[in-house]
Design a protein around this ligand. Structure first.
Ligand code: ADP
Length: 282
């Protein structure tokens, strides 16, 4: 991936274009082909093969422990920080395998940002939170402008524009999560990974994040892990259903079925998906 090896500022310019330019012919942005994934000797995941298209929302659903977060974290090499993590397979982002030895994982994360379950603003002002990645990347343009755009994209600007220098920690949980989204989009990644972004929020704040995701989809490609199936139905274009294989005495997660959300929920093909949906919804 050539532009992953450019300087930070060239990268910023690079992904500003990618986030806002026209989609390419083949709209696949991430081509995931995980054969096996280990934490030490434990095979946590096997056989996850799917393509994520540009400017769509893809939801990962399935029972606890089936590997949803693990797969999501593969997309920006967040699992690399876990000792013993090992992946057999490949993950193609913009025609490059992000697990190739020449690829810098830190650069990958600039293109593929992440929002976590617990809102995790830094203990600094609202402004500095959003400007953080820009300073880190030595962004040469107007930081102020970028901060405002990011806060507007996260639909937080009107609520915070008069207190940008106040501590981010004084915001409500829902506002903090939108701030984390603003922080993630400030550097204009192509992809936003969201790992249960609403599970610590009340229903009103949850709904706002869901509405925000629908807006963000116009510019970014989103992959979300959610245990809330109704949420997947509401927000996702595509849904991946994972399950846990206990047949060999292990607990290995695998992809059962992947397709348009409506088809997965209303007309699943795999027996396992049908059973799961019956269990959850009956
Ligand atoms: P889910 O998101 O579907 O609940 P996870 O991806 O969190 O599932 O976990 C999948 C499996 O991998 C589980 O058995 C979990 O215990 C294991 N696992 C997750 N993270 C780690 C880690 N850092 N070290 C070792 N095992 C892990």
């Amino acid at each position: 991936m050539q532009d992953l090896e450019l300087s930070d500022n060239e990268q910023l310019r690079g992904y500003a274009t990618s986030a806002q330019g026209a989609p390419s012919h083949d709209s696949t942005l991430i081509d995931c082909d995980i054969d096996e994934l280990y934490y030490g000797k434990f095979k946590a995941v096997r056989d996850v093969e799917l393509k994520i298209r540009e400017r769509t929302i893809t939801a990962f659903i399935g029972p606890s422990g089936c590997g949803k977060s693990t797969v999501l974290r593969c997309f920006n090499r967040m699992n690399d920080i876990v000792s013993g993590f090992r992946l057999r397979g490949r993950l193609i982002f913009r025609n490059e395998d992000i697990y190739a030895s020449r690829i810098n994982p830190v650069a990958v994360r600039r293109h593929i940002g992440m929002v976590f379950q617990q809102p995790n603003p830094f203990a600094m002002s609202i402004y500095r939170n959003v400007a953080f990645g820009l300073h880190l990347n030595r962004y040469q343009g107007s930081v102020e402008e970028r901060v405002e755009v990011a806060l507007r994209q996260a639909v937080l600007w009107d609520e915070v524009k008069d207190k940008l220098r106040s501590s981010a920690l004084a915001l409500s949980g829902g506002q903090q999560q939108r701030l984390c989204i603003a922080r993630a989009v400030a550097t204009r990644p192509a992809v936003l990974l969201m790992d249960e972004p609403c599970s610590a929020l009340d229903p009103v704040a949850t709904r706002r994040i869901e509405e925000l995701m629908a807006e963000l989809k116009k510019r970014y490609t989103i992959a979300i892990v959610t245990h809330n199936l109704e949420q997947a139905k509401r927000v996702a274009d595509m849904t991946a259903f994972l399950y846990v294989d206990i047949s060999a005495g292990g607990r290995t997660g695998y992809l059962v079925e992947y397709g348009p959300t409506q088809a997965i929920f209303e007309d699943p093909k795999a027996e396992r998906t049908k059973e799961y949906m019956r269990g959850v919804f009956s």
